[in-house]
Design a protein around this ligand. Structure first.
Ligand SMILES: Cc1cc2nc3c(=O)[nH]c(=O)nc-3n(C[C@H](O)[C@H](O)[C@H](O)COP(=O)(O)OP(=O)(O)OC[C@H]3O[C@@H](n4cnc5c(N)ncnc54)[C@H](O)[C@@H]3O)c2cc1C
Length: 417
């Protein structure tokens, strides 16, 4: 009856905690020697926060992150295109969170260790292959010393990220992830939070933009928070493909000149870039939607199933939702191929559509429309794109991404024990 999970990132940890909640034995195999707090900031939408609350993690989440209060798009001239309240302030029954990805992973890891015991989360154990029969799955792993092992389970849940070996086995002809031309530089700087003090702000246009938001409460003495930022530039897709390693560090000199005059009286972007200790470079990559996440007793979740551009704050959120939907199906059918098929039937269509929507810039696509209509230069946004049109655009995105307020507030719990 054991559920075998490949990968101990956000999706893997959420799957482990969900199996524990529904009383199903689970083992997670993580390739890294040690689980460490890697990455920078991410946002969790209220639909995912609801699931973490249902896993009993509300206090822990509140300790490591801050509740996002506003989402704002700002033109290159510093004028607001759109600003809306988020989370509880927007009337959701659950907050949106801005949080350090590594702290979130570690928080979930510690909860999983406490609830499941150390033997359930196995580091230094790279998944290399699997076989399956009518009765179950055999997973093949190898550690850094070259020791090979096999593990028996009833199903295999692949949470091994964008370069999933399980997905490669299921779709051998697929090839590498797809780069659309954008490169992201990500950093954390100590700075005074702007606007509401818990605002997600995106400034610029589609081809050149800067996102920033605080992920910690301000220090009571200095008033400074950890502010997560992402600078993005777009290149010709024929240019050299940058390595897709989340941990690749580069100097600011690689991109900062492009933002040299992005200094507004309320946000000084060159200062933010200069004050980061470490800057990580990552190409904006995704994968084409596929028509199959499940092969009998083996299923893909999280980035392994649907790696998408991080434009709508839903990579980690959707990874968590996947595990909860799958958990509900396991409760209904048992840990077997029927549960996996039911999970795929519910999510594959809408989430494949979301992958494509994010490739089209997701909610940030509004900036593209504005660019087309006025070259990005405007005094009053109402003259270019009426508020009702923007509101409609945003509403359609939230429905597609599963966090439209009324639907979410009115929906039943995913897992009812
Ligand atoms: C180190 C790291 C840093 C990141 N930083 C950011 C960030 O700053 N901002 C952002 O938006 N997103 C970041 N991401 C991506 C983000 O976490 C995911 O898009 C999202 O959370 C979905 O999570 P996931 O669990 O599906 O995939 P991931 O978070 O990618 O987790 C996959 C896990 O599987 C493990 N793994 C991979 N191959 C194997 C294998 N063969 N056998 C066993 N284990 C395997 C990986 O080590 C990893 O722990 C990062 C991912 C990683 C791995």
């Amino acid at each position: 009856m054991t559920v075998l999970v490949a990968g101990g990132g956000i999706a893997g940890m959420a799957m482990a905690l969900t199996c524990h909640q529904i009383g199903i034995p689970v083992k997670v195999f993580e390739s890294a020697n040690q689980i460490l707090p890697l990455g920078v900031g991410i946002n969790l939408q209220p639909n995912a926060v609801r699931e973490l609350y249902d896993l009993g993690l509300s206090a822990s989440l509140n300790q490591i992150g801050i509740q996002t209060e506003e989402w704002a798009l700002v033109g290159r001239n510093g004028n607001d295109v759109w600003a809306e309240p988020r989370g509880l302030l927007a009337g959701y029954d659950w907050p949106q969170y801005s949080v350090h990805r590594g702290k979130l992973q570690m928080m979930m890891y510690r909860a999983a260790l406490k609830r499941l015991g150390a033997k359930a989360i196995i580091a230094d154990s790279r998944v290399v292959d699997y076989n399956q029969s009518q009765e179950g799955v055999t997973l093949h792993t190898i550690n850094n010393a070259g020791v090979k092992e096999t593990h028996e389970g009833s199903i295999l849940v692949a949470a091994d990220g964008i370069n999933s070996v399980v997905r490669k086995r299921m779709h051998p002809d697929e090839g590498a992830p797809i780069w659309g031309g954008a490169v992201m530089w990500r950093g954390l700087s100590q700075a005074k939070p702007i606007r509401t003090g818990a605002s997600f702000t995106l400034v610029g246009k589609l081809e050149q933009r800067f996102v920033s938001y605080p992920i910690s409460r301000p220090d009571p003495v200095t008033g400074l928070s950890d502010v997560n930022w992402i600078a993005e530039l777009t290149y010709d897709v024929e240019a050299d493909w940058p390595d897709s390693d989340w941990n690749k560090q580069v100097p600011a000199a690689k991109f900062k000149d492009a933002f040299a005059d992005w200094d507004f009286d309320w946000l000084n972007i060159p200062d933010l870039i200069d004050s980061a200790n470490e800057i990580y470079e990552y190409p904006m990559i995704d994968r084409d939607p596929i028509d199959k996440w499940v092969d009998k007793r083996v299923g893909l979740i999280g980035d392994a199933a649907h790696a998408m551009y991080p434009v709508g704050s839903n990579g980690a959120s959707q990874a968590i939702i996947d595990t909860r939907v799958l958990g509900a199906k396991i409760l209904e059918h048992g840990a077997n191929n029927m549960a996996l098929a039911a999970y795929e039937a519910q999510l594959l269509g809408p989430i494949n559509e979301l992958v494509l929507r994010n490739r089209g810039a997701g909610p940030i696509g509004i900036l593209g429309i504005i660019e087309e209509r006025c070259g990005g230069v405007f005094d009053d946004i109402d003259d270019i794109m009426p508020r009702s049109e923007i509101d409609d655009y945003m509403s359609r995105y939230k429905i597609a991404a599963g966090f439209a307020k009324d639907q979410l507030n009115g929906s039943a719990q995913t897992i009812i024990i």
